[in-house]
Design a protein around this ligand. Sequence first.
Ligand code: COA
Length: 257
Amino acid sequence: MHIRTATLNGVATVEIARPEKKNALTLEMYQAMADALNAAREDDAVRAVLLAGQPGIFTSGNDIEDFVQRRPGDGSDAMDSPVMRFMRALLECDKPVVAAVTGAAIGIGATLLLHCDFVYVSDEARLAMPFVSLGLVPEFASSLLVPQLMGARRAAERLLLGDPFTPEQAVECGIANAVLPAAEVLRHARRIAERFNTLPPGAVREAKRLMCAGQRERIVATIRAEGERFAARLRSPEAIEAFSAFFQKRAPDFGKF
Ligand code: COA
């Protein structure tokens, strides 16, 4: 299985483990992550969740083959797809979620960080949200949260141009807490997660809910609006050209559109 889960010392770890495909996320992996987050939420022995990738790669985002073969909305309601279930589970997780960004975080790999409570990034990591470069639109409320975090101008560089950003820039704009040496990031993230063993769990949960409450409805509405546009864009000639180019290992040609 490409999602490994384990609970140890009050911390439920959800580890993305598909290094041969740079931890690209398939529908089955989203579903497994949704199940793991929901189980962690229900388990009284769990005080915090740790989300991790593999050395050198956090995740390269959605599996692009799935974008072609098994688009959300094909044969089912796009809003109830495994990716949407995963987004809901992360959004509804009322226990602290700590991300150990052990390497590149691309697409949803970067946008999911907007919904974690603590984010520690390896000094070798790069973050990128290249949705537009793939003929798509931003997802997971990134069209709302990224401009809020860094201002419209810098958000345009990330979301329209798809420029990657360094771990230092991720800290500077508030997406990440700290940059750590690659060999340290997972250990540090685990230490932070384990600190919740000494804190009152009820107060932590209520505080987290209050911290999220202010714009929760707006976030949910944005995810829905983005999801509808995203599902439609997956069928666009622009996206089909971008996916073909990725698999043919060539630059896409958008000059014909
Ligand atoms: N979906 C499907 N397969 C992916 C993938 C993805 N998101 N990311 C990587 N892979 C596959 C590659 O096709 C390749 O498969 P192959 O060995 O069968 O040819 C394998 O993983 C290794 O990837 P490769 O590109 O050769 O590794 P790299 O070290 O040169 O580059 C990345 C790593 C992550 C920078 C690069 O793979 C990448 O840009 N991936 C796509 C990221 C993306 O656009 N995600 C979607 C955002 S919405």
